[in-house]
Design a protein around this ligand. Structure first.
Ligand code: SF4
Length: 214
């Protein structure tokens, strides 16, 4: 079966520990969640069929060694794990952005998984699959998008579980664009002595006017 692809583009990685690196993005179509603040709603429906080899050729055409598979929710499509494996076999470094509701255990361990934990303001925190925390390795990352104080407190409550089930993984706190003042979140992190990585979405700083292809 071909993959349903929303867009493939080359940009600067805006999030995770890889922020700042040039990266090819493969945005797959479809999502099983409806986050209240979703900024890629267009990817939930729109997409065209593309076979795996065409996707790989498009990715390689940019001559960039870093590629991210994102969505939507990429793990909704069965072929995604095969795409990831083949990209890794091409000696590319592969990141996967996933919304935290899907089982990640079928994903090749060479891939760096960036797994969301949805906070209450998303309206989807009931969909977090915390069993994923046991399926991650130290090189994987766990991301909270924080929209308000209640989200922050929720993230703080989940942190001990992460430290217990997935010690050594990087935890990212990302202020929700337009809703959470980054400086405010930084203040809370420092005040509470949290060892988490505050991340700003670099692509939004670089291209604030663009809503797609960044
Ligand atoms: S998981 Fe991602 S793509 Fe799906 S609704 Fe939430 S923010 Fe949007």
């Amino acid at each position: 079966m071909p993959l349903k692809v929303n867009e493939i583009f080359y940009s600067i990685q805006g999030e995770s520990s890889y922020a700042g690196f040039p990266c090819v993005f493969v945005r797959l179509a479809g999502c099983n969640l409806r986050c209240s603040w979703c900024d890629t709603g267009y990817a939930r429906e729109e997409g065209a069929p593309m076979d795996i080899w065409t996707v790989i050729e498009r990715v390689k055409s940019y001559g960039c060694r870093l590629v991210e598979i994102t969505g939507g929710e990429p793990l909704l499509q069965e072929e995604t794990t095969e795409l990831i494996r083949r990209l890794l076999d091409e000696e590319l470094q592969v990141l996967l952005e996933t919304n935290g509701s899907m089982d990640v255990s079928a994903v090749d361990r060479r891939c760096v998984k960036v797994v969301d934990v949805k906070c209450p303001s998303s309206g989807e925190s009931g969909r977090n699959d915390f069993r994923n925390l046991e399926r991650l390795t130290k090189k994987d990352e766990i991301k909270f998008v924080v929209g308000d104080r209640a989200d922050y407190e929720y993230a703080c409550e989940v942190l001990p579980l992460i430290r217990e089930r997935c010690p050594g993984s990087t935890v990212l706190f990302s202020p929700l664009s337009g809703r959470m003042e980054p400086r405010r979140l930084a203040g809370w992190v420092l005040e509470d002595r949290l060892f988490v990585r505050l991340q700003l979405q670099i692509h939004r700083v670089l291209w604030p006017e663009k809503s797609r292809g960044v």
